[in-house]
Design a protein around this ligand. Structure first.
Ligand code: FPP
Length: 259
């Protein structure tokens, strides 16, 4: 099936022994990843923190390829939070240049892989060059039908919720929506992730067990999965292990059983 969908067949993942054990009927509709531990990985290797981010970008490409091979409907990654601006300017500068360069390099291949990209967060506060590139990427891939790949940059969930609330209030004020129609669905429509299913699986690497202001509304019923592995050491194999684990979870959504 994926041979039909993707020009470049990402065989690497399909050949993994763990892949054969995966129940593909029990994959998450929307997987979110907090890619943590780049700095600690670099320190452990005696490298600068920036080298950790470069290695993290390499890992991201492998995981996206895995998501493509697995035909995951949606993947959202936390690339830069609204709080990350507090880091030293050289690090912030490096990360922004990394986003620009990697995106520039990867646009055509992602397009060939039928990926549909979206950037979420306060994109209008990024440099004009990066904004232009994110727009170009979204435009180029807008008709693709493969993995919905959301990249959160300058993103904070509380900020997103407040922006969505303002949008909703405007719609009510302008008479497009009546107050009675303010519900989960109309609120969803005002989020940056509008149209993407709720997060059902949230992965965090790097050993910390918190959600750090990521997709708080969307993750209301998400299954959480943590690993001590730092993001640059995260592998497609570990990703498939995590997905296997997801398949075994009993999801009750507040009810008594999921049968
Ligand atoms: C967290 O590690 C990582 C980040 C804040 C940056 C994430 C960026 C990438 C993985 C680069 C690739 C992304 C794209 C879109 C090309 P940390 O620095 O917080 O690590 P630490 O907790 O060990 O200090």
């Amino acid at each position: 099936m994926w041979n039909r969908l993707f020009k470049r067949a990402p065989r690497e993942v399909m050949d993994l022994p763990v892949f054969q054990e995966l129940d593909r009927s029990r994959l998450p509709a929307h997987t979110a990843i907090i890619m943590d531990g780049n700095g600690r990985w670099a320190k452990g290797q005696g490298l600068l923190r920036t080298a950790g981010h470069a290695a993290g970008a390499d890992t991201l490409k492998k995981i996206l390829k895995a998501a493509i091979a697995l035909e995951l409907p949606a993947l959202t990654i936390y690339a830069f939070s609204t709080e990350n601006w507090k880091r030293p300017p050289v690090e912030v500068d490096y990360i922004m240049r990394l986003f620009f360069n990697r995106l520039m390099q990867e646009i055509d291949e992602m397009d060939e892989d039928n990926v549909k990209i979206r950037f979420i967060g306060r994109i209008n506060e990024l440099s004009p060059a990066l904004q232009e590139l994110t727009q170009k990427a979204e435009d180029q891939m807008k008709d693709n039908t493969g993995v919905q790949f959301n990249v959160a940059i300058n993103y904070g969930a509380q900020d997103e919720i407040l922006r969505a609330t303002k949008k909703l209030m405007q719609r009510v004020q302008q008479g497009e929506l009546s107050p009675e129609d303010v519900n989960e669905n109309s609120f969803d429509d005002c989020l940056d992730t509008a149209g993407v299913p709720p997060v059902d699986f949230l992965i965090r690497t790097g050993g910390d067990m918190r959600v750090s202001n990521f997709l708080l509304w969307q993750s209301a019923y998400a299954e959480l999965w943590f690993t001590d592995t730092n993001w640059p050491d995260f592998t497609p194999e570990l990703f498939v292990e995590a997905l296997k684990d997801f398949g075994k979870r009993e999801r009750r959504f507040g009810g008594l059983e999921n049968k």
